[in-house]
Design a protein around this ligand. Structure first.
Ligand code: S3P
Length: 162
């Protein structure tokens, strides 16, 4: 199991899809799995049920994905905030796609589908999460100034060098 972590805008979904294609594995995105489970978009779940509810469903969804068939799994940027999710990573290969705060804002800053982007204290949140991503990951790739296919190439090289 290959698990991609990182802040919003790191390119987890785009890179994950490319990587999965190259490895011949299925690709799963935790946000899409949550949307399928609940039948509505993440933005709406935040609006109608609140973040705490989203985080519960997020944990349960990721736990199920990690117990499922081998895949490349991209986690939502806040997923590692849950200690149970961190513990559930087990022996998965965790990859941290690094993006600076400025880089993240440049890539996804205006996206209304990502409710966390519009919270105050976003830069502090980025700084706090970086520690959790680093802690969980065995491989880190800097995505700054690189296209998603180039990031996927680098990752493939690092994964096969293991
Ligand atoms: C979130 C990131 C989003 C999504 C939700 C909350 C966060 O995923 O899970 O909007 O707390 O950073 P992406 O990292 O794929 O944007």
């Amino acid at each position: 199991m290959i698990v991609l972590v990182g802040f919003m805008g790191a390119g987890k979904t785009t890179v994950g899809r490319i990587l999965a294609g190259r490895l011949g594995l299925p690709f799963v995105d935790s946000d899409l799995a949550i949307e399928q489970r609940l039948g509505r978009p993440v933005r709406q779940v935040f609006e109608t049920d609140g973040e705490a509810f989203f985080r519960e469903v997020e944990h349960a969804t990721i736990r199920d994905l990690l117990q499922g068939p081998d895949a490349v799994v991209a986690l939502g940027g806040g997923a590692l905030g849950d200690a149970r999710t961190r513990a559930a990573l087990g022996d998965a290969t965790v990859v941290y796609l690094e993006v600076s705060f400025a880089g993240a804002v440049e890539r996804v800053g205006g996206d209304r589908g990502r409710p966390m982007l519009h919270r105050p204290g976003l830069e502090e949140l980025h700084a706090e999460r970086v520690a959790a991503y680093r802690d969980a990951a065995s491989i880190t790739v800097d995505t700054g100034g690189r296209t998603p296919p180039a990031v996927a190439d680098e990752l493939l090289r690092l994964l096969t060098a293991d």
